[in-house]
Design a protein around this ligand. Structure first.
Ligand code: MN
Length: 410
């Protein structure tokens, strides 16, 4: 997976002049989109991404890495695998390479406001004798895609008679005939609403699950279908129950194994951590860490318990894991750390807030609880290399196994 930057050796300095249009259109104090200041290591292969973007109109943004930026086209109806289809691809401003990891919600009223899903990604290569720069300049740009959803040979052809009077440069995206073409089955590839990075459908992204960069759940730009029970429970405002004291322990909700994660709207997906499910309770700076059966393991996780003292009174559901050198959870390393009593490097991944002070949040929608948890950790959590972390978006599909937790309305 290409977000594993350790495989990249050459450091790339962002080309600021190419991104001036991109930056001029955006207010980075309002949108969580990357500003392009982050240096992204160059890959020895050229990357591409396609982002499904529910802005004013749904479209698919095709971005091909070239000369340190993503050359970008908004494909209005999405790519088609049928070589008879010519899909309008409107050339848009170059995007920074760190846009390749962007999935989330651009606030309403901002440029491109709406939900962005990482729909495909992989590598591309130019076809033919021309350099990609020459091919683009000539208006006949042939390339091969090697993605998770799109494969094989494609061409972008610049339209000669541009009816918009030159304000926009319009191209046509066409699939070449090869073993990856599908005649008469044009839109089948667009049918599945699922991020290749996080597994989330558009609705879960819009609901703000893991929208870690904005710090709050963004407004859902898409009207939900009326009449579904999930929708009703999500939108109804449930007041938190007030109780006299924090309970000592709440039996955690356990996973229900399923063959495949549900792909319909109204579900959130989280990575399944290979660790120990632990309930973190803080009251007057007194911290306890309990297993899912209620055993007190605070003494085993000294460093995490010390960090948690800075938190306000709360009960947080999470999982303690050991991370391997790639940042992936490693259960064997966790067991070794426990047996050697060397637990300083373990991480508590917080994924649910059950009580916030004396407010019982369990009747509230999971998306609300998560937003509140994220704020709580951002406001009171330890600084620097924190051992207590909010469960953010999934980075890659590399090690994804999904724990289906709750309908967002539950
Ligand atoms: Mn777009």
């Amino acid at each position: 997976m290409w977000s594993n930057v350790r495989n990249w050796v050459v450091t790339f300095v962002p080309n600021n002049s190419k991104l001036s249009k991109y930056r001029a259109k955006r207010d980075f104090s309002k949108t969580a989109e990357p500003s392009g200041q982050t240096k992204i290591a160059a890959s020895n292969r050229r990357r591409f991404i396609i982002q499904k973007h529910a802005a004013t109109r749904l479209h698919y943004d095709l971005r091909l890495e070239l000369d340190g930026v993503f050359k970008s086209w908004a494909v209005t109806r999405g790519p088609s695998l049928d070589p008879h289809d010519k899909r309008l691809a409107v050339e848009v401003e170059d995007h920074p390479l760190d846009y390749g990891d962007f999935e989330g919600t651009i606030p309403k009223g901002e440029y491109g406001g709406g939900t962005v899903q990482l729909w495909d990604r992989g590598y591309w290569e130019p076809e033919g004798n021309k350099t990609p720069e020459e091919a683009l300049a000539s208006g006949d740009f042939k390339f091969m895609l090697q993605g998770q959803r799109l494969h094989g040979s494609w061409v972008l052809v610049r339209m000669k008679h541009d009816r918009t009077g030159g304000k926009r440069t319009n191209w046509l995206l066409i699939k070449h005939r090869d073993e990856h073409a599908r005649e008469g089955d044009a839109s089948a590839v667009l049918a599945e609403d699922r991020s290749i990075a996080s597994g989330r459908p558009m609705a879960a992204i819009a609901a703000g699950m893991w929208d870690s960069r904005t710090g709050h759940a963004a407004e859902n730009p898409k009207k939900r279908k009326a009449g579904s029970a999930k929708t009703k429970s999500r939108t109804s405002k449930v007041q938190p129950r007030s109780s006299d004291a924090l309970p000592d322990f709440i039996a955690p909700q356990l996973c229900e194994p399923v063959e495949r994660p549900p792909s319909d709207d109204g579900w959130g997906h989280e990575i399944k951590f290979d660790g120990y499910r632990i309930q973190l309770r803080v009251q007057n700076e007194h911290v306890t860490l309990k297993t899912r059966k209620g055993l007190d393991w605070t003494g085993k996780f000294d460093a995490i318990a010390r960090e948690a003292k800075s938190l306000p009174d709360a009960i947080i559901d999470g999982e303690i894991v050991a991370l391997d050198e790639n940042g992936a959870p490693d259960f064997a390393a966790l067991q070794a750390a426990l047996s050697e009593q060397d637990t300083d490097d373990l991480i508590f991944y917080a994924f649910d807030l059950l009580f916030d002070d004396k407010a019982d949040l369990r009747p509230q929608p999971l998306s609300d609880r998560k937003a509140r948890l994220q704020t709580l950790l951002a406001d009171h959590g330890p600084r620097g290399v924190a051992r207590i972390r909010f469960v953010e978006h999934l980075e890659t599909g590399r090690r994804c196994s999904f724990e289906v937790r709750l309908p967002l309305g539950a």
